[in-house]
Design a protein around this ligand. Structure first.
Ligand code: MGD
Ligand code: SF4
Length: 812
């Protein structure tokens, strides 16, 4: 493709090349228009059934990213040995050889000392080539410490669907067939997954279905909804339970999915328990137990007090939602989940899908379609005794300890605790980290209480950062390795779901690299493996040589060949006619590369009914799956489930631990000193944390309701603003128990009184000349994470962003 692009004379028409956008986790199939060797335009790839050829607004900013003059174009090394926010690192350019020699020497020092567990790999955004660097390299070197960013993204969302229907991943929503869409703390027109698809069909959705949005802030989606429910932050489970209460009390549940009373008489009478033997349950488990233990008392009147919403609205939404069954979607976003008690919030909101039979059903909530990519070769045979010993150590994020159950997929200690790794490093608990590599991550900005990360990175003797920009993470690094941009400059693939399909979409190099960039997950590990081999440790290189070209059987001999062969290897069943398993058909590799995207077969509705991956095979309102996981964790620590929950800041005791139930929010800061609850939200323009140096981000900032171009505003309800004497345009300081930031006040009715909302994304003091006020010195705006205490939903390991802190506001 690059050769084809280079053959095109500058003045002639360009050509469209397939690629993939990773501006967010939507992972959309794109096409890039290349003239000469430059990318000039981006559009949706019409071949994708997931994105239906559509694009979101922020996709276009990839052009500003790839040609950003502030990109790092060559490897650099730090010359100032002191590390700190106010220490200029004094980076100077070096060659790739010098950079990788240094890193290889540091790794060999650990191997020679039998301390390979003191190596750490930190991962931010990734492609599915990730295992080469994240898993295989870390294991073969001999460390347990591959730490991903998943827990600062939205793992608690997955907790709800896992502990009800056995699915640990993001869902897709069958919106074109839905009659009611109830959205909790998600903004699908702006930020929640598959924005191009949902945006392009939303006009029809609002015509056909009622849409209700639960959020303290008037989001882009709430602005177009039939109902906006500006809830008190952290009270989502109260609302969800009241909706469940109404659905059961008024007989609106799905008989087909949930079952019915044996004699057809509805015994779900508010406040009264029900004899379990009178109910014939079908594809769900524990509906009567759930009613008896929790739902029977959760009336709309009770919820109105908790949520601050009118009782009549709660009743109306509940009835309309129930009447739309089974074409009624309960869409669980980060809002109700990324909270201290968010695991249960996530379960409560997701349980509504079970009540109305929306799970796996037309017009409901769907899981992933089948796809046929292949895992990379296993590393085990290449792990020597040093590696095996090193790998056995406890992980630096302390997952699995009593206060961190981190119950991914039913296993205690299996979910990452991204943000807690900073404390592990700082306290050398369980041990010190000596060599760290980070890629496509910026934890010194993106994690709550990022000052802990500043101190943690400053403490590590050697840090390498694979990055496109000199970000806040780079500032504390010893070596910077310039990285290719995913959409235009590298090979890779990702998978994604929407519209009843799954696609596997390719990245490929389509433009000339204008810097000395290399690819984080493929080229860099290969080159490092060569350096390690030169030092007498060839296990990694021998392992990578197993990634042969499926067409010729040739083993890779260069970094370029390795990245291409690895991609062909992983995707062979999609493009090789001899290995066809399903979905789109191709005539071979070139055909697949040109099209750029494989689509699965359409969604097979209702195939999971009765075969869910839960302990009972059913949709669990009483989660036997969670009970087993919690009991396993309690047994490991020789204690009881009740004590585990208390140690982890949950309120539940006894049987409540295993069902979706209400817990009051756990919010730091007393209401007298800090009168407002802080509301953090995403931008329509956030390419996760990577739009910061794009001028279009600031030019078009008013695409986010309430925001202003080139400003970082805190949105305050006019009634509140009057009480504290603040006007729009005032410079204010927002202070929480853990930090303070400065930004601009904006009076706005689209925010619930008693709360203050601010968009995440600004407040960079590094990253580039646009992103920072003065690069390396002062921030532009304020970083929300400076305000939010480092807290966790400990059952899922997720970092808390919502209902996490109270703040005060002062004019300065
Ligand atoms: P980013 O902040 O996106 O990643 O947080 P992180 O995973 O830490 O930063 C990525 C860094 O990688 C950039 O700083 C840049 O230096 C570098 N980079 C950019 N492009 C590339 C590339 O193509 N290759 C490589 N190797 N490097 C590149 C994201 C995380 O932030 C996420 S996913 C979410 S969902 C959270 N969102 C969020 C929020 O909504 N509010 C608050 N308060 N905090 C949040 N933090 C989380
Ligand atoms: Fe898709 Fe996200 Fe890229 Fe937009 S920014 S095109 S939603 S991956």
């Amino acid at each position: 493709a690059l050769a084809e692009a280079q053959d095109t004379p500058q003045k002639e028409k360009g050509t469209w090349h397939a690629g993939t956008c990773q501006g967010c986790t939507s992972w959309c199939a794109k096409q890039v228009y290349v003239v000469g060797d430059r990318a000039v335009k981006i559009r949706g790839n019409p071949h994708s059934k997931v994105c239906v050829g559509a694009s979101c607004v922020r996709a276009h900013m990839a052009l500003q990213q790839v040609y950003d003059p502030d990109r790092i174009k060559t490897p650099m090394k730090r010359t100032n040995p002191k590390k700190g926010r106010h220490e200029d690192p004094g980076f100077v350019p070096i060659s790739w050889d010098e950079a990788l020699d240094t890193l290889a020497d540091k790794i060999m020092e650990l191997r020679d000392a039998g301390e390979t567990h003191k190596y750490m790999l930190m991962r931010g955004r990734y492609t599915y080539m990730r295992d080469i660097l994240y898993d295989r390299m870390t294991k073969i070197i001999g460390s347990p410490n591959n730490i991903s960013h998943s827990a600062i993204c939205a793992e608690a969302e997955k907790f709800g669907s896992y502990y009800t229907e056995g699915y640990w991943s993001y869902r897709q929503y069958d919106v074109t067939k839905a009659r009611y869409v109830l959205i909790w703390g998600a903004d699908p027109l702006a930020a929640n997954r598959q924005v191009p698809f949902y945006s392009s069909v939303w006009g029809d959705v609002v015509d056909r279905a009622r849409v209700a949005v639960v959020e303290p802030r008037l989001s882009a989606t709430a602005g177009k909804a039939d109902e906006w429910l500006p809830i008190v932050p952290g009270q989502d489970s109260a609302l969800a339970l009241a909706i469940a209460h109404v659905i059961l009390a008024r007989g609106l549940w799905s008989r087909e999915f949930v079952g019915d009373f044996k004699d057809g008489t509805n015994r779900f009478v508010p406040g009264q328990t029900v004899d379990e033997s009178t109910f014939d349950e079908r594809f769900t488990h524990g509906v009567v137990a759930w009613w008896n233990l929790e739902v029977k008392d959760r009336t709309p009147a009770w919820a109105a007090e908790k949520t601050g919403l009118p009782e009549a609205q709660i009743l109306r939404v509940a009835e309309d939602f129930g009447k739309a069954a089974p074409r009624a979607i309960s869409w669980v976003g980060g809002g109700p989940s990324m909270q201290v008690r968010g695991g249960y919030g996530s379960m409560a909101c997701h349980a509504l899908n079970g009540l109305v039979g929306a799970c796996d059903n037309e017009g409901g909530t769907l899981v992933s379609n089948k796809e046929y990519t292949r895992k990379f070769p296993k590393p085990d045979a290449f792990m020597d005794d040093i590696a095996k010993k090193g790998k056995k150590h406890e992980k630096i994020d302390q997952r699995g300890r009593l206060t961190f159950p981190a119950l991914k997929s039913g296993k205690p200690g299996s979910a990452v605790l991204t943000n807690n790794a900073a404390d592990g490093i700082l306290n050398e608990d369980p041990y010190e980290i000596k060599v760290a590599v980070g890629y496509m991550n910026n934890f010194t900005f993106s994690c709550t209480q990022p000052d802990r990360w500043e101190r943690a990175l400053a403490k590590i003797p050697f840090v390498a950062h694979l990055t496109t920009h000199a970000s806040e993470f780079s500032w504390f690094s010893d070596i910077l390795l310039p990285n290719t941009h995913h959409l235009f400059e590298k090979y890779g693939y990702v998978k994604s779901i929407a519209n009843g399909y799954r696609h596997v979409t390719l990245m490929q190099p389509v433009i000339k690299r204008i810097g000395d960039y290399k690819t984080d997950e493929t080229e860099v590990p290969w080159l490092l493996a060569e350096k390690l081999s030169q030092r007498g440790f060839d296990n990694l290189l021998r392992h990578y040589k197993e990634y042969r070209d499926p067409e010729t059987g040739k083993e890779p001999t260069t970094a370029d060949e390795f990245s291409l062969y690895a991609l062909k290897y992983a995707t062979q069943s999609l493009w090789d006619p001899a290995q066809y398993k399903g979905g789109d058909r191709f005539n071979g590799w070139e055909d697949f590369l040109k099209t750029g995207v494989w689509n699965s077969d359409p969604y097979p509705y209702r195939k999971r009914w009765g075969k869910m991956k839960t302990a009972t095979g059913k949709f669990e309102f009483y989660s036997v799956t969670l009970k087993k996981a919690l009991e396993k964790h309690a047994k490991k620590h020789k204690t009881t489930v009740d004590e585990v929950l208390t140690a982890c800041n949950y309120e539940a005791q006894g049987e409540l631990a295993f069902i979706p139930h209400h817990e009051d929010p756990f919010t730091i800061g007393d209401a007298d000193t800090y009168p407002f609850v802080f509301v953090d939200h995403k931008s329509r323009l956030n390419r996760e944390g990577r739009s910061a140096n794009c001028s279009w981000y600031y030019d078009f900032k008013d695409l986010d309701p309430g925001d202003e171009p080139w400003q970082d505003v805190a949105k305050i309800n006019p009634a509140d603003a009057q009480k504290i004497g603040v006007k729009s345009g005032d410079t204010i300081r927002i202070t929480s128990p853990t930090g303070a930031i400065e930004c601009t006040a904006k009076l706005w009715e689209g925010i619930r009184p008693g709360t203050v909302a601010k968009c995440f994304g600004q407040g960079h003091w590094a990253y580039g000349r646009v992103a920072a006020g003065v690069f390396g010195k002062t921030p532009r705006g304020g970083n929300n994470n400076d305000l939010i205490p480092a807290e966790y939903d400990r059952l899922s390991g997720s970092t808390v962003r919502h209902a996490g802190t109270r703040v005060k506001i002062e004019r300065i």
